[in-house]
Design a protein. Structure first.
Lengths: 274, 212, 205
């Protein structure tokens, strides 16, 4: 095997090792990379920033632990921004393993900002069949959620008095790692004209640009980059911003591997033709 | 930082390393962690269903508010359990049929409206050459049209249709390339988070042991 | 009757829900809301099917001492700990139930998916060859999108603009074409289910 054929056929464990080193180095020697803010993320920030104290924002935390790295910083930054502005939150968790994520986030931030359940926020929890739940909430939150996550009837919560459905909510932001986002767009925005923005994982981001272009959603945060952009704008947290340096080194390594593989391929092909 | 938190974080680190060991090869540590997560996730979900689902939607309405009609969907729900019996599995069809009917019934008008009509409407953009946006609008219209023609297999891809399908696959390749680039970012961020957590454990333990 | 009645139920409930969207009469809304409510209750019980199935499979392995039955004991142990711990200690933040969720379930799940970073790097290295024009287009587009995360000095600005243009114009057009195709497919499948042409959900006799 000549040099170019070897370049093309490196053992995968070498690739794993180099990627691992590329990720570890920025953790041990942190540095910052500039974060360019896009219009679609700024639109979400501007919307939340324009809310007045007492306005209600519906935050749908629809992701599982496997996507936590990318979208948890988004949910945290939005929640912190709302609590700092005394905007009230209604929170749901429609993915199977989402309730735990939401509970941890709410517990941590409510203690930090001195917020009380039922007064400053209402955590609805989980119900199965998210598409049906999204439709049900459009009629009345009490159809799928007669009580909140802690078992307290919604009617006895001060902030839920007079709050029936999406009409009483200024905006819905869905942070998701699966196809629940599709149903927020199709059922939530489609049937009830919900003003909707979404935060999704990197893998899903490209799929939602058609909805952004058509106006069915007004904002889109994509993956860790989207989370870092929101953190830059809101100045609420910096976990995603710190992790962008790791993204940078890992991407450089992967691009170099792709280039090396292609050089090996073309040079080997050239030698074979000769 | 109390001892309990340090112990729990150490358990989390151990399990993280068990999963990472799979990169070398399959081994008992990986299998242990894999089976543990399967059991824990099933148990977790069952309890969430109980506290968030059964208690507020069935038990409390029936026993505390006298809303006995909730027993009807409860019976339908229990009928789905007949799925496991070869002799009685036909009983589960009624509950499944009820769910399927409602789910597809609400889907038809909304899917048509949101995925098809609104998207087609958004594709009808003004095409002009007074500024660059008009050119991009033309590209978007052609891209959507040719992409749809590529997936239309009832007609042979020859002549004009073949040319449009060719342009369509080029546009689709740009879409897939963008998707791949974003996927790489997504996957790397998952790894970055775990390495950050391992580093945080190291900092926590060194601070607990040596105060810095 | 075992096959006809479910088909009739699907047709009646499906047609009602589809028509109700266009005729928001109070009576229609009443049945619509109750229909949604009932589905959620049915779902609570239907979701337990998966958990029972898991329990049976793992128990069978332990009883029959199949290869790897020790791991099934671990799975069952995790299952029972959560089933007992939840009602015993509650499910709020700080309880043993939530600690197991945070320090056992979450790291394992997150780490399993983080392995994909290695696999995607390896797959990109092996499979991403500019063999044809189409492969080259895909490769170059992916590179532009990946490069937007790397500070490139004076080239960063133009690269960001190019990446944004790719996402908002050609990539958006491609995804929109796929979306329209998916939408038409979903509507066609839903119609087939309502009209009784598609009956796979009923299973076999």
């Amino acid at each position: 095997m000549n040099f170019y054929e070897r370049l093309m056929n490196l053992d995968r464990r070498w690739v794993y090792l180099v990627v691992g080193i590329a990720v570890i180095i920025p953790v041990l020697n942190p540095f910052r990379v500039p974060v360019y803010v896009t219009q679609e993320v700024k639109a979400i920030y501007d919307c939340v920033e324009s809310l007045e104290p007492g306005d209600i924002l519906f935050l749908a935390i629809d992701y599982d632990p496997q996507a936590m790295a990318e979208v948890h910083p988004m949910a945290k930054a939005i929640m912190r921004q709302c609590f700092a502005k005394d905007v009230k939150l209604i929170i749901s968790a429609l993915s199977q393993n989402g309730p735990g994520m939401a509970e941890q986030l709410i517990s941590e931030l409510s203690k930090e900002f001195g917020k009380k359940s039922g007064i400053d926020y209402c955590y609805l929890g989980y119900k199965p069949y998210f598409s049906i739940v999204i439709l049900g909430m459009g009629q009345n939150f009490r159809i799928p959620f007669p009580t909140d996550y802690y078992g307290v009837p919604l009617d006895s919560l001060p902030m839920m008095r007079g709050v029936q459905n999406y009409d009483d909510v200024k905006v819905v932001i869905d942070i998701s790692s699966g196809n629940i986002t599709d149903y927020w767009i199709i059922y939530g925005n489609g049937r009830y004209n919900v003003k909707l923005a979404v935060g999704v994982t990197g893998v899903m981001t490209a799929n939602y640009y058609p909805y952004l272009a058509s106006g069915q959603i007004f904002g889109l945060m994509g993956g860790l980059k989207g989370a870092s952009e929101y953190e830059v704008l809101s100045k609420q947290g910096d976990r995603a911003i710190k992790m962008m340096s790791i993204q940078t080194t890992a991407h450089i390594v992967i691009i170099l591997f792709i280039v090396a593989g292609n050089i090996g391929y073309f040079m080997s092909r050239k030698k074979k033709i000769k | 930082m109390d001892l309990g938190t340090i112990i729990w974080n150490t358990v989390a680190l151990f399990l993280t390393l068990c999963i990472f060991s799979f990169l070398y090869k399959d081994n008992p540590f990986y299998k242990f962690a894999e089976h543990l997560v399967v059991g824990v996730s099933a148990g977790y979900f069952a309890i969430i269903l109980y506290f968030n689902g059964f208690l507020p939607k069935v038990w409390e309405p029936v026993t505390q508010r006298g809303e006995w009609w909730y027993l009807l969907p409860t019976i339908l729900g229990m009928m789905t359990w007949a799925r496991f019996s070869k002799k009685w599995s036909w009983i589960s069809r009624f509950a499944i049929a009820f769910y399927m009917g409602i789910a597809v019934g609400v889907a038809i008008p909304l899917e048509m409206q949101q995925r098809v009509i609104k998207q087609l409407h958004a594709t009808m953009l003004p095409v002009h050459f007074t500024n660059i946006q008009g050119v991009w609008n033309l590209l978007i219209m052609l891209g959507v049209l040719c992409g749809l023609i590529y997936f239309f297999f009832s007609m042979g891809h020859k002549g004009v249709v073949g040319g449009a399908a060719r342009l369509g696959i080029w546009i689709l390749m740009i879409g897939f390339g963008a998707g791949f680039g974003l996927t790489v970012m997504g996957r790397i961020s998952l790894l970055a988070d775990r390495i950050t957590e391992i580093h945080n454990w190291y900092l926590m333990v060194t601070k607990a042991l040596w105060g810095f | 009757m075992r096959r006809q009645l479910p088909i009739i139920i699907v047709f009646v409930s499906g047609a009602f829900m589809a028509i109700q969207y266009f005729i928001p009469h109070d009576a229609g809304v009443f049945f619509y809301e109750y229909g949604l409510d009932w589905i959620i209750v049915i779902g609570i019980f239907a979701m337990l099917l998966g958990i029972w199935s898991l329990f049976k499979v793992q128990l069978d392995k332990v009883v029959k001492r199949s290869p790897g039955w020790g791991y099934s004991v671990v799975a069952l142990g995790g299952l029972f700990f959560m089933l007992i711990g939840g009602p015993l200690w509650g499910i709020e933040e700080g309880t043993p139930f939530m600690k197991v969720f945070w320090y056992i379930y979450t790291p394992i799940q997150a780490t399993m998916f983080s392995l994909l970073a290695f696999y995607i790097a390896s797959a990109a290295y092996r499979a991403f060859r500019a063999r044809t024009v189409l492969a080259t287009i895909l490769l170059l587009t992916a590179m532009v999108i990946m490069l937007r995360l790397i500070p490139l000095g004076p080239i960063s600005g133009p690269n960001q603009k190019l990446a944004t243009w790719i996402l908002m114009v050609p990539s958006m057009a491609a995804n929109r074409a796929i979306l329209i195709g998916i939408g038409l497919g979903i509507v066609a499948t839903c119609l087939k289910i309502i009209l009784g042409i598609e009956r796979a959900y009923m299973g076999r006799d």
